[in-house]
Write a protein that binds this ligand. Structure first.
Ligand SMILES: NC(=O)c1ccc[n+]([C@@H]2O[C@H](COP(=O)([O-])OP(=O)(O)OC[C@H]3O[C@@H](n4cnc5c(N)ncnc54)[C@H](O)[C@@H]3O)[C@@H](O)[C@H]2O)c1
Length: 438
């Protein structure tokens, strides 16, 4: 049975993608999109560019590309803007990040040099390892939000974009507990005027963007849109939001493996994860305050998926540890080791070792691209507030209050694809399959 198609405005004109933070993830995204447009590479890792979606029965053989099934902005229509606390244009920032080959960056140089960041909103109290030099003059947080709002409107005009989205890709800030200032919009606006210390720069961007009607995805463990006051503003302004912390590397492996072990009712007594990482993100995370925010998004994943309260014999005694070490020689090419202590029939112990030599931003850039395109789709479909169907992309997916997040990558993918089917009035796929046997 098919449902009613949801009206979705066509993606006419340019889509402006604003990047808060022009570092490794952002420059790998911008350079990657440019390379794909010129036929210099494939958008590997991007569901919107490479994924397909099955429609109807298996015998129908209807499997369009996702990009042909829902109206997404084509890559040629993307135009980028950015803020950073350093003056480097996207070419220099990409050279510094050292993710992509210098020869490729040289080919793309004029296009990358044209992307020059606007001065950022920054406060070293929240990121102690960086001393930003390209920052907006001090004022109250309220004034700084107003400056960001002006930047957004200027970019809207100069880029010729008909729609905007913002990806928050700045550094990991010190952890901020939710407090009274985050509880509702009035409290947040008062806090902005009074320079409340519980409002980090990332939250100032989130406020400015959502107030301007711009959807926001949060690539980082910072709060950004993971704040009740911003969720209220998003509902009032009719803006979709999503977060938080892109699911790459070790957490990606956890959300692939752990559901499989649990599906077989195998027990786990320990999961030890350690990483070496030498990029600027690694340097920032070397500060225990910034690491705390990251640790929180990384640790919650296993607990939620394994449900020890339902399976105390299998997961009640799990020791889960996560460590990140800043080790400059490796730059963006992170190496992660996982030691998994598991047990089977009659409690007999076994071990799994994973050694993932991953490239962090190579895994992150396609996720950032998909989020920009799907958030734009959500806005044109009039989907408002937290977009739980985008959990697929995040280490710590945002949900409605009182709901636990779904971390299992394959449930997340089913949720995402069923949302696309729902939007287009197609039947939900339950995988029941009894109809083939009657
Ligand atoms: N690299 C990955 O694969 C990955 C995966 C998941 C999450 N993340 C998160 O994404 C974020 C970016 O990662 P990255 O590897 O690109 O780091 P990066 O250090 O290369 O880039 C971050 C950039 O943000 C800038 N910045 C910091 N504070 C800012 C502010 N207030 N306003 C504007 N710019 C600001 C920095 O100067 C830097 O250029 C980090 O928080 C990281 O934890 C990264």
């Amino acid at each position: 049975m098919t449902g009613k198609k949801i009206p979705i405005a066509e993606p006419k004109g340019r889509l402006g993608v604003l990047l808060a933070g022009l570092g490794a993830v952002s420059t790998t995204l911008v350079a990657g999109v440019e390379a794909v447009r010129r036929g210099l590479g494939q958008p590997v890792g991007s569901l919107t560019q490479m994924g397909t979606i099955r429609l109807g029965r298996r015998t129908d053989h209807r499997v369009p590309r996702i990009a042909d099934f829902v109206p997404l902005a084509p890559l040629d229509d993307l135009v980028f803007g950015a803020w950073d606390i350093f003056e480097d244009d996207a070419y220099r920032a990409a050279r510094e990040a050292a993710v992509l080959e210098p020869a490729l960056l040289e080919t793309l140089r004029p296009a990358l040099e044209a992307l020059r960041p606007m001065p950022g909103v920054f406060d070293p109290r929240y990121v102690r390892r960086l001393a930003g030099t390209h920052v907006k003059a001090a004022g109250s947080k309220w004034d700084l939000a107003a400056r960001l709002g002006e930047d957004i409107e200027r970019f809207r005009e100069t880029s010729g974009a008909t729609r905007l989205v913002l990806l928050w890709c700045g550094s990991t800030e010190a952890h901020v507990d939710l407090g009274p200032v985050h509880a509702d919009l009035d409290a947040l606006e008062r806090g902005l005027r009074e320079d409340d210390p519980d409002i980090p720069p990332s939250l100032v961007y989130a406020y400015a963007a959502v107030k301007a009607g711009v959807p926001v995805a949060n690539a980082t463990p910072n709060r950004v849109v993971d704040v009740p006051a911003i969720q209220q503003l998003a509902r009032e302004k009719g803006v979709p939001i999503a977060g938080k912390d892109l699911k790459t590397g070790q957490t990606l492996m956890k959300t692939i493996l752990a559901p499989g072990l649990k599906a077989r009712m195998l027990g786990l007594s320990g999961w030890f994860s350690t990483n070496i990482l030498g990029n600027r993100d690694g340097e920032v995370l070397d500060d225990p305050e910034s690491f705390r925010a990251k640790e929180e998004t990384k640790l919650s994943v296993l607990e939620q998926m394994l449900q020890p309260q339902l399976y105390p014999e299998l997961y009640g005694e799990l020791h889960h540890k996560v460590r990140i070490h800043y080790y400059p020689p490796r730059r963006d090419n992170k190496e992660g080791w996982d030691n998994i202590d598991l047990f089977g029939w009659l409690g007999y112990p076994m071990q799994i070792k994973i050694n993932f030599l991953c490239r962090d931003s190579i895994l992150a850039a396609p996720l950032a691209l998909d989020l920009a395109l799907f958030l734009d789709l959500a806005q044109r479909a009039k989907m408002v507030g937290i977009q739980e169907w985008l959990s697929f992309y995040f280490k710590s997916p945002m949900t409605a209050p009182g709901l636990y997040p779904e971390h299992d990558l394959f449930i997340q993918l089913t949720k995402l694809k069923n949302t696309l089917r729902f939007l287009q009035g197609e039947e939900q796929i339950t995988h029941l399959g009894l109809e083939y046997y009657h």
